[in-house]
Design a binder for this molecule. Structure first.
Ligand code: PLP
Length: 346
């Protein structure tokens, strides 16, 4: 059977030949015990790219977010995040269950928190209240279909937080998609946050890993928490090597993924205008509303699977397509043809 064309996520991207060669040639130090030169090089590169002083390599974006919360809050207080945030909806309650903090979901639009609601939610520490310990942003915003947070919004949030002495963390799992879409450096985005984490394992094609970046002091506070949650690795140089190649060679090509996403959105919009709002496709994620078809997202995903196309339901009435290095224009056109058939069959 023909392998599925996989639009479910960009984490399915496989390492490049250059990555595999770098992995084989990598140093084999024990990162947990003495430090490993390749991991140290990746962390320094990540810090330089985000304009921060230091970086800390971990196996996943879920872990870098969790460790960031632990290091910023020391397990007390309330965390404010946009209500569709990945940290709130998809990381299985780690904020509360592991980091021991409360959280408040702030209403937002396209992943950006409503300013008035955020101002109202910020609370000082009082006799009977821990107060706001951390504000988090997400850029690009997965739940909002890969939306890019405007820099002015990030600046507003950061200034507000600083006035209240509250730290800010940004979940930048797809930070480089945001940078490419905005035409700025990742550091230009990360100026508006104390810490930022990004994944090398998504569109950047490395097999494993995420880096948390921030001040040297913050990263030293984060280290024991990384160990606490089981994130200390041993001969991690062999995977960090792929992360270095990812940062050095795979960032500029993300624009190609954004172009295939726009092509897909235009094609699906041509099948029926209710399916996609093309203006909302800013990076490599395309949200498709199947509500008007009278069938739910699971039924649509099954129909696509029968035609060799894997796609995830995002909720009961919408699908999420993610473009990446292994999705070509031909794959996009095949998905649009499949959609035409499915739409006609409804
Ligand atoms: C916005 C966002 N944050 C964090 C993560 C978690 O990354 P990981 O799968 O490496 O734990 C993801 C994964 O898709 C994500 O989209």
């Amino acid at each position: 059977m023909k392998p599925l064309t996989d639009f479910r996520t960009d984490t399915v991207t496989r390492p490049t030949a250059e990555m595999l060669a770098a992995m084989q040639a990598a140093t084999q130090g024990d990162d947990s015990r003495d430090g490993d030169p390749t991991v140290i090089k990746l962390e320094a590169l990540a810090a330089a790219r985000t304009g921060k002083e230091a970086g800390l390599y971990m196996p996943s974006g879920t872990m870098t977010n969790l460790v960031a919360v632990l290091a910023h809050t020391s397990r007390a207080g309330e965390v404010l995040l946009e209500r569709g945030a990945h940290m709130l909806n998809t990381e299985l309650g780690g904020l509360a269950a592991v980091a021991g903090v409360f959280y408040k979901a702030i209403p937002g639009s396209r992943g950006a928190m409503d300013e008035a609601a955020l101002r109202e939610a910020v609370r000082p520490m009082t006799r009977n209240n821990f107060g706001t310990a951390l504000i988090c942003m997400e850029n690009t915003h997965n739940g909002a279909g890969g939306a890019v947070l405007p820099l002015a919004h990030m600046q507003m949030v950061y200034e507000l937080a600083r006035r209240h002495g509250i730290p800010v963390h940004t979940d930048g799992a797809r930070l480089f998609n945001a940078a490419v879409a905005l035409g700025v450096s990742a550091a230009e985005i990360a100026r508006h946050t104390d810490s930022v984490s990004f994944c090398v394992s998504k569109g950047l094609s490395a097999p494993i890993g995420s880096v948390l970046c921030g001040s040297r002091d913050f990263i030293e506070r984060a280290r024991p928490f990384r160990r606490m949650v089981g994130g200390n690795m041993r001969q991690a140089g062999s995977i960090a090597a792929a992360g270095i190649v990812a940062l050095e060679t795979m960032v500029d090509r993300l624009k190609d993924d954004h172009a295939t996403a726009r092509r897909l959105a235009a094609g699906l919009h041509g099948v029926n205008a209710t399916l996609v709002n093309q203006a909302e496709v800013e990076t490599n994620i395309v949200r498709v509303s199947v509500r008007a078809s009278g069938r739910n997202a699971t039924q649509w995903a099954e129909e696509f699977a029968q035609r060799g196309i894997a796609v995830s339901p995002a909720d009961s009435a919408s699908l999420r397509f993610v473009t990446h290095r292994h999705i070509s224009n031909n794959d996009v056109d095949a998905a649009v043809s499949a959609c035409t058939e499915i739409w006609r069959k409804r």
